[in-house]
Write a protein that binds this ligand. Structure first.
Ligand code: GRF
Length: 211
């Protein structure tokens, strides 16, 4: 059974999707711990409610980003997690903690990367007049939102869409995308590093599509 660490700063709906899939027997994994930089994050509350180890690590308690990152990943490592899932974790991680883990850390990002790394992705897709939007799961490398793309889900942008409407329509698709990617990793079908993604032993030339 694949042991997961989930890093989250916010609401925690992606964490909830993973917990639900595990409970339903749709995902052969276990959550070793949930880690957050925000004491009030919904993700920590969801974890506690589900009987999952939940840890707040307060950036203000550390003198530097490097010290915070070292403490965070000491705790992640101590949980025994094999795969680290960043799901709305809103802090930039230092290369020192990312580089050694590029083959076992993924991030979910609400855009069709390489479009719109960073914040305000829904607004930016609307401002650009895009006809399609979506979410991506990628391998985490030191550069922000830039690792090899693993899988994407796509939705059409409709007339009258606002950032909120777009986000609301995308969210359930994000959940399916994340669960599917973690399932493929748990099944041993998907592996990745800082350079490439392999699915069923074939190197991907474009991200997998999840409906
Ligand atoms: C999601 O949109 C995810 O793609 C992004 O942050 C949001 C997290 O949502 N990285 P939640 O906290 O999982 O509900």
């Amino acid at each position: 059974m694949l042991k997961l660490a989930v890093l989250a700063s916010g609401r925690g709906s992606n964490l909830q999707a993973l917990i639900d899939a595990i409970r339903m027997g749709e995902l052969d994994a276990g959550i070793a711990g949930v880690f957050s930089d925000k004491a009030a994050s919904g993700a920590l509350a969801i974890a506690r409610g589900a009987g999952v180890a939940a840890m707040h690590i307060d950036p203000k308690a550390y003198a530097s980003r490097a010290a915070f990152d070292a403490a965070l990943f000491a705790a992640v490592d101590a949980s025994g997690a094999e795969l680290i899932v960043c799901a709305g974790f809103m802090r930039i991680l230092s290369p020192e903690v990312v580089a050694p883990r590029t083959s076992r850390m993924i991030n979910i990002h609400p855009s069709l990367l390489p479009k719109y790394p960073g914040l305000h992705t829904h607004q930016r897709a609307l401002d650009a007049g895009d006809r399609e939007h979506g979410a991506s799961v990628h391998a985490v490398i030191p550069a922000l939102d830039a690792g090899p793309l693993i899988a994407q889900t796509r939705i059409a942008i409709e007339p009258g869409d606002s950032p909120e409407r777009l986000a609301a329509r995308l969210l359930p698709r994000e959940h399916r995308l994340l669960v599917q990617v973690v399932r493929w990793i748990a099944e041993g079908r998907l592996r990745f590093d800082a350079q490439a993604v392999h699915f069923d032993e074939r190197r991907l030339s474009e991200p997998l599509r999840v409906g």
